[in-house]
Design a protein around this ligand. Structure first.
Ligand SMILES: [Ca+2]
Ligand SMILES: [Ca+2]
Ligand SMILES: [Ca+2]
Ligand SMILES: [Ca+2]
Length: 485
């Protein structure tokens, strides 16, 4: 087996004697909590930034809030509007309404909530896409701060039909001790963008945000046509389908990018947040990479940078949901790439995991699509790498879904004792994941005839999971398609 090193990171959960479902505390409290964990603290916490007093916090109580996207349905005869529900740390909820597709992606920049609305019109151009930013007011409400679209107010590019600006949004998840709040850039994926006339090659743009409708810092834009970036724009490559940012690294999925002429094998572009290294790409044909680039693998359909905690290295997780395993098609795999933050390069053995690997629950089956979603979270007292397999069948119920850990053999379905609900066909448990030091949240956008649901927490170490449902009934809302926890 592997170089997978078990982290002994201890969460604040037990030592602080807090109740089961904790809210991540922010800014200084997080630093103080981490100080008791043996985590190396390199510098003073970033709380001195006057613009950012707390993180992931929309009601100003220094406790992180959980946010759920319910993008509804796009197109067809009955499109349904999207909405985003903020589950505040004080138990109250706030709902923000938008167009169909609103809430397809979510991130935080400091205490500002960023919502992707990739199917929205921009400048009258259908499905060009938009990104909306919401923040707290002094009176405790949530208000819209800004709307970003291509080509407006200093945002690079021009709106294109079907570009789907905002399919992915990402930023550094927390300002941890030693990190620089000034480097908190917002990254926006535009996977349907035409580049030099190549249909759907995809683009990523990034900038620092303020309270207005335009970038504050200089905007950057990256495609496979950017000078210095190896590769060429390719039809339907979808650069920017997914993005993860942490530990100075930006990982950008291009799951349709060909590799050496192999169609839709997929690549992941790696950028430095602070320009510390040159942008490059990984694929299954990269040196020292396990596996082989094959047609339709969709390497990079999901990406997640799992930050270093305690003795564990920074690791990049790359989902390959359509990987064939021993002749079983669309079974799926996840590559775990140990990363040097200094060089931005893999610095240890890369390991490919599937459901038949040692230390994994389940079995490889056709159409599982293991690796559809990837993430990390502190579960019990350990940082765990987590994989969603939303098309896993439970008995005769197709696509009921499953979530599991890498190497440590934990797994949860809706038939697991302590997990709310029951497995049903099409639930797609694990289609989305969001984790942090405060635990794991799991999306089930197909639950209750695609009304959707979210499970916060897993039944591990005395924890009792909490079930979140949409505020307004009716389907298909697809509540849980995107998460921030
Ligand atoms: Ca809060
Ligand atoms: Ca492959
Ligand atoms: Ca399976
Ligand atoms: Ca169910």
């Amino acid at each position: 087996m592997i170089n997978g090193r078990q982290s002994t990171f201890r969460s604040s959960r037990r030592s602080a004697g807090r109740p089961a479902v904790l809210r991540r505390t922010a800014a200084v409290p997080v630093a103080l909590l981490l100080a008791g964990t043996g985590l190396v603290i390199a510098a003073a916490p970033a709380a001195a930034d006057p613009e950012c007093k707390s993180y992931h916090d929309l009601n100003g109580d220094n406790q992180a809030d959980t946010v759920v996207g319910a993008p509804g349905v796009v197109g067809g005869s009955a499109p349904r509007d999207g909405q985003v529900t903020v589950h505040l740390s004080n138990g109250k909820t706030e709902t923000i309404a938008g167009k169909p597709g609103f809430g397809s992606s979510l991130t935080f920049v400091c205490n500002q909530l960023v919502i992707g609305s990739p199917y929205e019109s921009a400048a009258g151009i259908a499905e060009a896409g938009a990104v909306h930013v919401y923040g707290p007011t002094d009176s405790g409400t949530i208000e819209r701060r800004a709307t970003y679209t291509a080509g407006r107010n200093g945002v690079p590019g021009t709106p294109q039909q079907g570009a789907h600006f905002g399919t992915a949004v990402a930023s550094t998840p927390d300002v941890r001790p030693g990190s620089d709040p000034g480097s908190q850039r917002l990254y926006i994926g535009i996977p349907g963008e035409d580049v030099n006339g190549i249909d759907g090659a995809g683009r990523v743009t990034s900038f620092t945000t303020g309270t207005g409708d335009g970038p504050v810092g200089a905007a950057r834009t990256t495609t496979y046509a950017t000078p210095g970036v190896a590769g060429v724009p390719s039809p339907n490559a979808g650069l920017g389908t997914t993005i993860s940012v942490d530990a100075g690294i930006v990982a950008i999925g291009a799951p349709g990018q060909p590799v050496g002429g192999v169609a839709r094998a997929g690549k992941v572009m790696i950028e430095s947040i602070n320009n510390d290294f040159t942008t490059y790409s990984l694929s299954q044909d990269s040196r020292n990479f396990p596996g082989t680039a094959e047609t339709g693998d969709r390497f990079g359909w999901s990406v997640h940078v799992a930050p270093s905690v305690d003795s564990s290295p920074t690791r990049l997780l790359i989902g390959v949901p359509d990987e064939t395993i021993d002749g079983i098609v669309h079974a799926g795999a996840v590559d775990v790439v140990p990363f040097s933050e200094a060089t931005g390069r893999p610095n240890d053995k890369i390991v490919a995991w599937d459901q038949d690997s040692p230390g994994m629950a389940g079995a490889t089956e056709q159409g599982d699509r293991f690796g559809w979603a990837v993430g990390s979270a502190v579960i019990g007292d350990l940082q765990q790498l987590v994989v969603g397999t939303p098309y896993e069948a439970i008995g005769d119920r197709e696509a009921a879904g499953m979530v599991q850990t890498i190497r440590t053999g934990l797994a949860w379905t809706q038939s697991t004792r302590g997990v709310p609900g029951t497995p049903e066909s099409g639930d797609r448990m694990g289609a989305s994941l969001s984790g942090s030091i405060m635990g794991l949240a799991i999306g089930l956008p197909g639950e209750n005839d695609a009304s959707g649901a979210v499970i916060v927490g897993v039944p591990q170490d005395e924890e009792t999971p909490e079930l979140l449902l949409p505020q307004s009934s009716g389907s298909p809302a697809c509540f849980g398609s995107a998460l921030q926890h």
